[in-house]
Design a protein around this ligand. Structure first.
Ligand code: UD1
Length: 421
């Protein structure tokens, strides 16, 4: 097993380029299953474990899928789909595998997928995905660890209201409805930039989707979609993580390829904490030469503060001046990094969905673990500013979502390396 070893007291400076967005590329890879006649070629595909997992899922379906690490291109030929069943072994590795349900239903009229199971950051049910499929006319059966959906006569457009703007349910429903008969109106959908990216790709393939990124999405079903080329948007969470790293280490970093429009709550909160941010069309420069002030954050669906940045901000607040609060409203159990930060000397008290963080002068390096992807990023950030050496274990979680993390941090002058345990 590998771990990260981080020497403390780093100050980051230089330029870092943000990779394609994990949460955009995963649904878009699932959507390649809708493309007939010609293959899809995706550009700016980050080299991540999650990308390799969903690509393996496609191959399991008999689809040709090839990733080229040198060019960050993924080639998928969805012309022929051999089978409509995804096995437990792959689905259990990554919940987002469930995103193939919508496209398979649309393309094959049926799909059988292993239940994704529980997850470290809460129950994460899929009821909203299933309600959406049922509204489109599919019948759902659950048993023996599998979910089976069938729509032998095809899906039919419908009016669907989501009780909560779930990102995954919005994506699955859009993909299923893209080839349904008639119009689907999706109310209270997720409005994340990754939803807009998926809709843009589907529209390039010939779909008729309007309103992505707003609170009503209208999808006029088309009989057929065609494989096409598409470039994935930059990862706003990766960008946010480097922005926090720059501010926390009192550094000076230009984050190339960061889209300010997608990063509004992160920019606002970093400014409130006392960092200096300069935005231009190519990226964002983050500088800081003093100790940051604590702030209050509350996670919300987009355009609110992203739950995927909560752990990193908590690491920042652990060394800021004063007391701040972190309230998590999206997931019910996303404070596992608190105990790990406390091992490094952080002063944090959890009461229900709110953590009270009182900044300390210095964290002390020690052995910690990445309890999930973003919690892992928080441990790396804490390690960068701690006294002495920090060792972060269970880094397979970090590899799920950060492209070349060690190389990028080293290029900014960080003392970090990957070693075999
Ligand atoms: C996506 C992101 C993840 C991010 C999350 C919230 C991907 C691959 N992952 O996950 O990084 O943290 O959005 O921004 O894009 N829920 C239900 N029923 C459902 C579906 C969801 O109750 O059918 C609940 C979940 O339990 C959770 C909340 O809704 O509490 C948000 O989940 P959702 O928006 O669906 O997140 P994901 O799509 O799984």
């Amino acid at each position: 097993m590998e771990k990260l070893v981080i020497g403390g007291g780093n100050r980051l400076s230089g330029r870092v380029r943000i990779s394609g967005a994990k949460n955009a590329v995963l649904p878009i890879i699932a959507a390649t299953l809708l493309g007939q006649d010609s293959p899809s070629v995706l550009d700016e595909v980050p080299s991540l474990e999650d990308v390799h997992t969903i690509t393996a899922v496609l191959r399991e379906l008999g689809v040709k899928a090839e990733f080229c690490a040198g060019t960050n291109q993924l080639f998928v030929d969805g012309t022929v789909i051999g089978r409509c069943e995804a096995p437990y072994d792959l689905v259990r590795r990554m919940r987002a595998s469930f995103l193939i349900m919508g496209p398979l239903l649309a393309r094959c009229g049926q799909a059988k997928i292993s239940l994704p199971g529980g997850c470290a950051i809460g129950m994460r049910p899929i009821d909203l995905h299933l309600k959406g499929f049922e509204a489109l006319g599919a019948s759902i059966k659950i048993g023996h660890g599998f979910i089976e959906a069938a729509a032998p006569d095809g899906l039919k457009g419908a009016k669907i209201y989501l009780d909560f703007p779930s990102v995954g349910a919005t994506e699955n429903i859009i993909m299923a409805a893209a080839m349904a008969d008639g119009q689907t109106v999706l109310e209270n959908p997720a409005q994340e930039p990754e939803i807009v990216d998926l809709a843009n790709y589907l529209n390039v393939m010939g779909a008729r989707i309007r309103g992505a990124g707003t609170n009503v999405i209208k999808i006029d079903g088309v009989p057929k979609l065609t494989g096409r080329g598409y470039t994935i948007i930059p990862d706003r969470i990766e960008a946010g993580t480097y922005m926090v790293a720059a501010a926390m280490t009192r550094g000076d970093v230009y984050i190339e390829n960061a889209i300010s429009e997608h990063l509004k709550p992160i920019i606002a909160k970093l400014k409130e904490a006392g960092a200096t941010l300069e935005e231009d069309t190519e990226g964002i420069r983050v500088t800081c030469d003093h100790r940051l002030k604590s702030i209050d954050i509350k996670t919300m669906p987009y355009p609110g503060f992203p739950t995927d940045m909560q752990a990193q901000f908590m690491a920042m607040m652990a060394v800021s001046e004063g007391m701040g609060t972190v309230t998590e409203t999206v997931f019910e159990n996303r404070f596992m990094h608190v105990d790990e930060l406390k091992r490094m000397g952080a002063n944090i008290r959890v009461d229900g969905r709110t953590s009270y963080v009182t900044g300390t002068d210095r964290l002390s390096g020690c052995q910690v673990k990445a309890t999930d992807l973003r919690a892992g990023a928080a441990m790396v950030l804490a390690g960068l500013v701690a006294d002495g050496e920090t060792q972060v274990g269970y880094i397979h979680h970090i590899d799920r979502g950060y492209d070349n993390l060690v190389e990028k941090l080293v290029s900014l002058g960080a003392n970090i390396r990957r070693v075999d345990e």
